[in-house]
Ligand binder design. Structure first.
Ligand code: SF4
Length: 471
C-alpha cells in the first residue's frame, strides 16, 4: 500500500507545472458544477430528499449487523454466496480462488473503486488472469497504467490526443491508417475492442453502488451499459462491495438514486441502473451460472461509532471533488492513493492511518462547498478538522506548524496584543499591495503566493471595522 504523506507536496508541485493537466482541470467546474446546479433547480424537493437519504443511511449504519445478516440470507436464498473479508489481502485471495476455481483466464470488470483499493488487477495479473476494464474511462487509464483521477470520471485528466496515441499503441492489430480524430471514433473503437473481450471473459467483476437487504440484490449505475455486459455474459459474476453499501429496501434506494445522478453528472437518472439478484435461474434467457458477493471491511467497521462514521454514508457521487478548489487545482493523482478530493481527505486517513495520510486533511481551504453540495450531508470539513486535531495530539504535525500554532495561541490568549499586531499586519499588507490591490509575495507565506496572487486585506481588521460601525 502506498504511503501518501511523503509524496504529497512533490505531487502537488508536479500537478501545478503540468500544463496539460491544468487545462483538463479548468474544464471540471464548467461541466459538472453547472449541470448539478441545473438539476437541483429542476427538483424543488432536492434538499428534502438529501435529508431522507442521510436518514436512511444513518439508520442502516446503526443496525448494520442486522441488515448484513438479512442481506446474506436473501442472497443465499437466491442461489448466490457471500464472502466476508476483513482485509484487502483476504479479498484478493478470495477473488483469485474463485477465478481459479472457474479456470478463468480473462476477467472483465465494471467500474469498482474497491477494486482499486485492493489492487485487484495486479493480483489477477500475478495469478496469470487478464483483467479488462470495460468502463471507457477505466479502460483508458488501464492502458496508461494509471489510477483513476476522479471517482466518476477516471480519465478526466487525459485529452483526446493522448487517448488516440494510447489506442494506436495498444490496438496494433487494427489498420494504422484508420481515422481517429473525433471522440466518437475513439468510442467506437473501444466498443469494438471491448465487445470481443466481453465474449471471451470467464468471470465478470463489478462494484456495487448499493446492496439491498430486503431482496439480496446488488445495484450498479452506469452510463455506458458496460456493467450489464460484464455481469451477464460470463460464467460467473463477482460483486465486490464494502459493508457500508447496504440499504434496507428498494424503496430506500429509490430515494438515494434520486440524489445520486443529479449530484454526480446533473442527470435526472443514470442511463443504466442494473439490479442483480443471484445467478441465472432455470428459464432465464441469460445470466451468470454463479453469483458471488465479496463484502470487504478493510477498516470501515472501525469508523462506526466514531466522528468519522458520517463518511460511511458516502455514495461516491464526486460532487465534493467537483466543487473543491484544491481538487480543481491539483487533480486526483496528487492525493497519492485511491480516493481524491475532500471525501478522500477524510476516508484515506481512516483506512490507511493518519500517520500515512497526514497531508490530506490539511489540503483544504475549509470553504465548506463540499459539505454544501454533498447529497448525503456529510460534514467533510469538521471531519478534516478532527483529523488535524488527532494529528496534533499524536505529534505528527511538523515542528514548524506546531511552533507557529504555539505563537498564534500565545497572542490569541492576549486579545489587546493580538488586535494590535493583526492591525499592524493588515495595514502593512495593504501598503505592500499598493494600487494593484494584490500581493504576489508574502513574507513567511510563500506557499500561498507561489502560484497565484493574494487579494490584499482591507487595511483594517474585522474587529476594527466592526467597532468603527459603532457595533
Ligand atoms: S462525500 Fe458526499 S459529495 Fe463527496 S462523493 Fe461522497 S456523497 Fe458525494
Amino acid at each position: 500500500m502506498d504511503t501518501t504523506s511523503p509524496r504529497f507536496p512533490a505531487n502537488v508541485r508536479e500537478a501545478f507545472s503540468d500544463q496539460q493537466l491544468q487545462r483538463a482541470l479548468s474544464k471540471v467546474p464548467h461541466g459538472f458544477i453547472k449541470k448539478r446546479a441545473d438539476a437541483r433547480d429542476r427538483l424543488p424537493e432536492f434538499d428534502q430528499l438529501r435529508d431522507q437519504a442521510r436518514d436512511i443511511k444513518n439508520h442502516t449504519l446503526a443496525h448494520l449487523d442486522l441488515y448484513l445478516e438479512h442481506y446474506v440470507d436473501k442472497v443465499e436464498a437466491a442461489g448466490g454466496r457471500v464472502h466476508f473479508c476483513t482485509s484487502a489481502d483476504e479479498a484478493r485471495a478470495t477473488i483469485i480462488d474463485l477465478c481459479k476455481g472457474l479456470d478463468a483466464s480473462t476477467v472483465t470488470k465494471g467500474k469498482t473503486m474497491i477494486g482499486e483499493e485492493i489492487d485487484i488487477n495486479e493480483a489477477l495479473e500475478a495469478a496469470g488472469i487478464t483483467p479488462v476494464e470495460t468502463d471507457l474511462g477505466e479502460y483508458i487509464i488501464q492502458l496508461r497504467h494509471e489510477r483513476p483521477s476522479h471517482i466518476i470520471a477516471p480519465a478526466v485528466h487525459v485529452n483526446k490526443d493522448q487517448v488516440e496515441a494510447d489506442f494506436r499503441r495498444v490496438h496494433s492489430h487494427l489498420p494504422p491508417d484508420r481515422v481517429l480524430e473525433e471522440a466518437s471514433s475513439l468510442v467506437n473503437e473501444a466498443r469494438q475492442v471491448l465487445r470481443e473481450k466481453y465474449l471471451a471473459a470467464d468471470v465478470g467483476i463489478t462494484g456495487a453502488n448499493f446492496l439491498i437487504a430486503e431482496t439480496g440484490t446488488s445495484i450498479i449505475v452506469t452510463n455506458e451499459g458496460n456493467g450489464d455486459l460484464t455481469q451477464t455474459l460470463p460464467k460467473a459474476h463477482i460483486v465486490l462491495a464494502t459493508i457500508e453499501k447496504l440499504v434496507p429496501t428498494l424503496e430506500d434506494v429509490s430515494t438515494i438514486l434520486r440524489v445520486l445522478a443529479r449530484s454526480a453528472t446533473g442527470q435526472e437518472f443514470s442511463s443504466y441502473t442494473t439490479l442483480s439478484t443471484g445467478p441465472r435461474r432455470s428459464g432465464d434467457p441469460d445470466g451468470p451460472g454463479e453469483y458471488h458477493v465479496v463484502i470487504l471491511d478493510n477498516g470501515r467497521s472501525r469508523m462506526l461509532d466514531t466522528p468519522f462514521q458520517h463518511m460511511l454514508r458516502c455514495i461516491r457521487c464526486g460532487a465534493c471533488l467537483n466543487h473543491c478548489p484544491v481538487y480543481q487545482a491539483i487533480g486526483g493523482h496528487a492525493y497519492g492513493w485511491v480516493y481524491p478530493g475532500p471525501m478522500g481527505s477524510v476516508l484515506t486517513p481512516s483506512l490507511i492511518g493518519i500517520d500515512k495520510a497526514g497531508h490530506l486533511p490539511n489540503a483544504s481551504t475549509f470553504c465548506g462547498r463540499c459539505e454544501e453540495v454533498c447529497p448525503m450531508r456529510i460534514p467533510l470539513p469538521s471531519m478534516m478538522r478532527h483529523w488535524r486535531e488527532r494529528q496534533f495530539e499524536r505529534h505528527l504535525t511538523p515542528q514548524t506548524v506546531r511552533w507557529g500554532l504555539g505563537v498564534w495561541g500565545f497572542f490569541a490568549r492576549r486579545p489587546p496584543l493580538y488586535r494590535l499586531l493583526t492591525g499592524i499586519g493588515a495595514r502593512a499588507l495593504k501598503t505592500m499591495a499598493g494600487k494593484r490591490g494584490r500581493l504576489n509575495s508574502v513574507p513567511m507565506a510563500g506557499g500561498w503566493t507561489k502560484h497565484r496572487d493574494l487579494p490584499a486585506p482591507a487595511g483594517k481588521t474585522f474587529m476594527a471595522q466592526w467597532k468603527a460601525r459603532g457595533r
